[in-house]
Design a protein around this ligand. Structure first.
Ligand code: BTN
Length: 334
């Protein structure tokens, strides 16, 4: 197995502590017993319990009486997540962080160190979450999903946009299943409720001219945010704001990885056409949408005319020219 050197990754024994408490929700377990079972001192158990409480995990009790939780906590640690995942390469290896700079940055480093296809990097909080176009991604503690999936697809770099679309489709289906509401997909892979975005995807790639070494697909989902920062409130939302419900992030991640596995296999076995067709089916942006595209050299308006076989979006500009979008930010034109 590949050995990777990661600073700040969650101690496996905290993972074990959470699993132990979750497997015994009806029972008060003494600090001494926990300490013995996971192989740390009682004072470390106490310190870690405090850390979990700071994350919102409701742990009852104290060092003298012992500890108990009443329901399985919604923390994305490997032991709790794995219980919900199916067999397969995606999610076989999970690196969890309570806090990290960016799960994409970590995954890119891991990719260079030879980490296998399907590895996941997931964090409760990011201090420097990366967004597209050099923006930052607002990564509020424990309310969102901040996850990067490392894939080693056997396809040419020109097909990379399709892998991003594959991820967007997987998020769409997972959210529909979870909330009962079908989100829209704004090309290439923003997930929207109405005109507001609740999920963004940033794909970073390490490739040669004719071969992808690996891609890091970073997915950020606003799940249980009650409020969106003022400067984003006009354009962003969360699952909770839209539906008035609180969601289990573990459940959302499990669904998402299942759909990702299925769309990825479809892409590898059936090819681009099937992915392009599916996107066209579920995205209001694929055809006949009036859009504004802001690029570094200027802004133009036009109407979408479907996807090219490689996944690029064709737009008939108001000046009469039809071109695929290579870069820039796309929004709905009024
Ligand atoms: C966008 O701008 O729409 C893309 C946002 C992608 C954010 C996610 S959060 C998990 C992963 N790690 C990062 O640093 N960014 C991505």
């Amino acid at each position: 197995m590949v050995q990777t050197n990661l600073n700040g990754t969650t101690d496996r024994r905290i993972d074990a502590l959470l699993a132990l408490l979750s497997d015994n929700t009806m029972i008060v377990i003494s600090g001494a017993k926990i300490a013995r079972e996971i192989g740390v001192t009682r004072s470390t158990v106490w310190r870690w319990i405090e850390k979990l409480r700071a994350l919102g995990v409701r742990v009852k009790g104290h060092p003298r009486s012992g500890y108990q939780i009443e329901k399985v906590p919604d923390v994305l640690v490997p032991k709790l997540l794995r219980k919900r995942l199916h067999q397969g390469p995606i999610g076989k290896r999970i690196h969890h962080f309570f806090k990290t700079d960016s799960t994409n940055a970590v995954a890119m480093r891991l990719g260079e160190q030879g980490e296998p296809h399907g590895t996941i990097v997931i964090a409760e909080e990011q201090t420097a979450g990366r967004g597209r176009g050099g923006h930052t991604w607002h990564s509020e503690k424990t309310n969102g999903i901040y996850m990067t999936v490392l894939l080693r697809p056997p396809v040419a770099p020109q097909n990379a946009p399709l892998i991003t679309i594959v991820a967007g489709l997987a998020v769409r289906d997972a959210i529909l299943e979870q909330t009962g509401i079908a989100p829209d997909l704004r090309w290439p892979n923003d997930l929207l409720f109405g005109r507001k975005k609740f999920c963004g995807i940033l794909t970073e790639m390490n490739a040669e001219q004719d071969r992808i070494h690996f891609v890091a697909i970073g997915i950020g989902i606003n799940v249980n945010h009650l409020k969106i920062p003022e400067d984003l409130a006009e354009i962003a939302t969360s699952l909770r704001i839209e539906t008035g419900r609180i969601y289990s992030r573990v459940e959302v991640v499990a669904r998402l990885l299942r759909h990702l596995d299925s769309y990825y296999n479809r892409f590898i076995s059936e090819g681009a056409e099937s992915i392009v067709a599916r996107f066209t089916e579920v995205s209001s942006y694929a055809r006949g949408k009036r859009v504004r595209i802001a690029t570094t050299t200027g802004t133009y308006v036009g109407t979408t005319e479907g996807l090219e076989p490689g996944g690029l979006l064709r737009v008939k500009r108001d000046d009469g020219r039809t071109l695929p979008i290579i870069s820039g930010t796309l929004t709905e034109a009024d």
